[in-house]
Ligand binder design. Structure first.
Ligand code: ADP
Ligand code: ZN
Length: 822
């Protein structure tokens, strides 16, 4: 007889699976993908997942048995496990971390088995070990099983077998099914309705309710709420009928998610341009897995998606449509519901845990959703037969999970998911990411373009305001140029609405000369230097270059001897360098002073933490209750408004000087996207951009809608400074509460890595935020050539980190790996 083993994924940040033996009685029940309870470490139980079943005895002896099987069917399909393994390898993240991210919390039962004494059974003769457990339980009537040791467990198991103690599961945050009241007729009256009417006699209302019930239900059970709502009859009358035992109340299992609503509209007919794009996509898929749909804002990309989704559903396939942000999911879902009804499920962070579990389970079942619209985590849902993944706004940063591990990019993982299913991927956007567009150039993806707006509306007219000039001519009120103020007034008089955009990025204040607009930049990298107030230095976050300004010149910063930052501009030698950065709140204050009669609202993270607040602001703006909407990048994304006459960008410069090689790309994307919010219907819209450097080529690229010029320029810079897509980036963040330990660990790791990976290693340096939650942070950046074997480099990095961590006190240091950081 062979003994069987199972490799289990436990919800802990551990790279590998752990092998347990399968007790004989479980052998016929267990399967890959089921949840099991296992004992791990000295005294803890966890809900693990079976990743593999085999009969290879592990090389160590002490193998614990699986304690319990939770499911009678796998909750993780083989394709999901395959995806987990891919993520684990590519992102170098622990399967346990992936498990924690991938399953809705209602499924990750934080279970605690509680054992209790059965006092009536205590007269049985017990062993010494068993007696000891009974003593513990006498003091404390019930006790979590996790607090016993492994050796005590076998006694506990025996005590349960002989009935001296009982075990119950106390679960936290576990999924609870929901029930509602249904009304059914007592079966004895089904063919004898006259008998029932006879009992009712002359009670008119009761008679009416019974008749309505029959009419609506045809003698089946119907929801109590529906019955009362449609008839308008009071619950008291219903109670009289149930008291007479004519009608019954039944409890029916119901779902919080919508699986029943019906399709109410047919997709719109596509325009000629849209049809051409649609056909190009279809034929592209016959040769390629991935297609980029580059369509300008409001060109009807969503209409094309709808057609494609219909096609795939008609072929019996499932579709996943990814959107970058929860707020947008709702607007889109409302639009899509009419075309897909109950075939469509929604999965985003505003869904509660129960809804997430139901959606997950619905996807496991045979009558799963045909279409899921969801945020990045929906790549982890079960799919039986995925045919197409649409990644809307593919350039959006919201697809990247920053914290915690796994730090994955949903766009890239989705491509892998599609491959696992033999499915296609369609990436859509008006402003492709550099990486994706480069993939069209190198032939990996097919490019399909859509260059006209629906309804023949032309792209908005974009006008630049040189605020350097405005300040000089004293034509500024706060952060508003007189031209901006005047245009806002005209716009409101024309009964149009206004969006004001200000992208305040928390920490990244930079320095700028008040006279000439000069911004200090790193000589080695194409990024602006960040001002660090605490030590008065300017630092590059990519290569660690540090400088102070002394006698109007940059000097390389010397740690022993840092002189105070002289604030005179090294370029014009007249102006002073000031820190910069103002946020949406300040804009709101100024707007209220400048335009006391207009209704103003603000849409940023602070005002829209919940779905409700986000929706209510968006709805209020849509319905015209608000004249001026001020916002961060949130107003830039995907929202479809009717009546926006003006988009005002208060300061385009702070987008350009973000200390990041992606700053130019982000600025382009944001400016195009936010501009796209105006003139979406009949009339052409207007965009005003305030900037210190109207001569920057980016503005012309945006004005001429010349994505390729932008792309070529940015690619040239990335080539010159050796950034993606010309290299692969890997970032290691080293964190510890003790600065010295953090510092030494970082130096030690960097030195070891430099021995093996040479000048591919940059740093260590201090990242933009050098301390978070009392932890000091240092970072090492690694640039690997595209042609080099990247998995091998990852392995070296992994091994060296393990090496450092094996020494005290560095075993307490956190090393966070980010593959393709953004
Ligand atoms: P995009 O996704 O490219 O920004 P949308 O799909 O949101 O563009 O289209 C913009 C607006 O134009 C939407 O209100 C949409 O309903 C409408 N629209 C686009 N194409 C059509 C069409 N073929 N028929 C009817 N309305 C359309
Ligand atoms: Zn640099």
């Amino acid at each position: 007889m062979t003994t069987k083993f199972a490799d289990i994924i436990v919800p802990l940040p551990l790279a590998q699976t752990y092998t347990y033996s399968i007790p004989e009685e479980m052998e016929n029940q267990i399967a890959i993908g089921m949840r099991v309870i296992v004992h791990f470490g000295t005294s803890k139980f966890y809900t693990g997942i079976v990743a593999n079943i085999h009969s290879n005895h592990p090389f160590y002896d002490k193998i614990k048995p699986i304690s319990e099987i939770i499911d009678d069917k796998p909750i993780l399909l083989p394709s999901q496990l395959q995806l987990w393994n891919f993520i684990s390898q590519y992102y170098q993240s622990a399967l346990g971390d992936i498990y924690k991210t991938a399953l809705p919390s209602g499924l990750k039962i934080e279970n605690e088995s509680i054992i209790e004494l059965v006092p009536e059974m205590l007269n049985i003769k017990l062993s010494r070990g068993e007696e000891k457990i009974i003593e513990i339980l006498k003091d404390e009537k019930s006790h979590p099983i996790t607090e016993f040791t492994t050796s005590q467990l076998k006694h506990i198991k025996h005590l349960i077998d002989i009935g001296v103690i009982t075990k119950t599961e106390k679960t936290t945050d576990n999924y609870k099914p929901k029930f509602t009241d249904f009304i059914a007729i007592n079966p004895i009256y089904i063919n004898n309705i006259n008998n029932a009417l006879h009992i009712i006699g002359r009670a008119k209302k009761q008679k009416e309710l019974l008749e309505k019930y029959i009419e609506l239900s045809e003698y089946k059970a119907i929801s109590k709420k529906d019955l009362l709502d449609t008839t308008g009859i009071s619950p008291t009358i219903l109670k009289q009928l149930t008291d007479k035992n004519i009608l019954h109340i039944e409890k029916h299992r119901c779902y919080r998610i919508d699986t029943t609503s019906t399709i109410s509209s047919k997709p719109h007919e596509l325009t000629i341009a849209q049809q051409n794009a649609y056909k190009a996509i279809k034929s592209g898929f016959s040769t390629h897995q991935s297609i980029l749909l580059h369509g300008i804002t409001s060109s009807g990309k969503t209409e094309i998606y709808i057609q494609l989704i219909k096609d795939y559903i008609a072929q019996g396939k499932q579709v996943l449509m990814l959107v970058p942000e929860a707020g947008l999911t709702q607007q889109l879902a409302n639009r899509m519901k009419q075309f897909f009804g109950g075939e469509m499920g929604i999965f985003h962070s505003f869904c509660n845990n129960y809804e997430k579990v139901e959606t997950y389970q619905h996807q496991l079942s045979d009558n799963h959703y045909k279409l899921i619209i969801g945020v990045r985590s929906s790549i982890f849902l079960p799919f039986h037969n995925l045919g197409l993944i649409i990644i809307d706004e593919e350039h959006d940063m919201g697809y990247k999970q920053m914290e915690p591990a796994p730090r994955y990019h949903a766009r890239d993982v989705a491509t892998m998911l599609a491959r696992i299913h033999g499915a296609k991927t369609l990436l859509g956007t008006a402003t492709p990411s550099i990486e994706t567009y480069a993939n069209c150039y190198n032939g990996k993806y097919i490019l399909v373009e859509l260059n006209e707006r629906y309804g023949g509306v032309t792209l908005p007219q974009i006008h630049l305001i040189d605020i350097k000039e405005c300040y000089r001519k004293k034509q500024m009120k706060g952060h508003f140029s007189l031209e901006m103020i005047e245009t806002i007034n005209q716009c409101i008089e024309a009964k149009k609405q206004i969006i004001l955009f200000q992208n305040r990025r928390g920490f990244a204040s930079y320095m700028k000369c008040t006279q000439c607009g000069y911004v200090p930049k790193c000589p080695n990298c194409d990024v602006s230097l960040t001002y660090h107030r605490h030590n008065n230095t300017l630092t590059c976050h990519y290569c660690g270059y540090t400088a102070t300004i002394h006698n109007s010149q940059f000097i390389i910063h010397n740690h022993e001897n840092h002189s105070a930052l002289n604030s005179f501009c090294p370029q014009c030698k007249e102006g002073q360098l000031h820190t910069h950065g103002f946020g949406t709140e300040q804009v709101e204050d100024e707007v209220k002073l400048l335009f006391p009669n207009y209704k103003v609202a603000r849409l940023d993270l602070d005002t829209s933490r919940s779905a409700k607040s986000f929706d209510s602001i968006v709805e209020a703006f849509q319905s015209g209750e608000i004249d001026i909407l001020i916002g961060t990048q949130m107003v830039a994304k995907g929202l479809d408004f009717d009546n926006v006459g003006l988009v005002g960008i208060l300061n385009a410069d702070n987008l350009l000087h973000h200390p990041d090689f992606r700053a130019y790309e982000r600025a382009y994307q944001l400016l195009v996207q936010v501009s796209g919010r105006t003139g979406r219907r009949a009339e052409k819209g207007k965009v005003l951009i305030q900037t210190y450097q109207p001569e920057n080529p980016i503005f012309n690229q945006i004005r001429m809608n010349d994505y390729r010029a932008f792309f070529n320029q940015d690619m040239n810079e990335r080539h010159a400074f050796n950034y993606p897509p010309y290299v692969k980036l890997i970032r290691i963040r080293i964190k510890h509460t003790d600065f010295n330990i953090c510092n030494y660990a970082a130096d030690m790791l960097a030195n070891k890595l430099k021995l093996r990976l040479k000048n591919r290693i940059l740093g260590p340096d201090i990242p933009p935020i050098g301390r978070i939650q009392n932890k000091h942070i240092k970072q090492i950046l690694i640039k690997i050539e595209i042609t080099a074997p990247i998995q091998q480099a990852k392995k070296i990095i992994h091994d060296e980190i393990q090496g450092v961590m094996s020494q005290r006190p560095y075993n307490t240091v956190q090393f966070q790996l980010d593959i393709d950081p953004i």
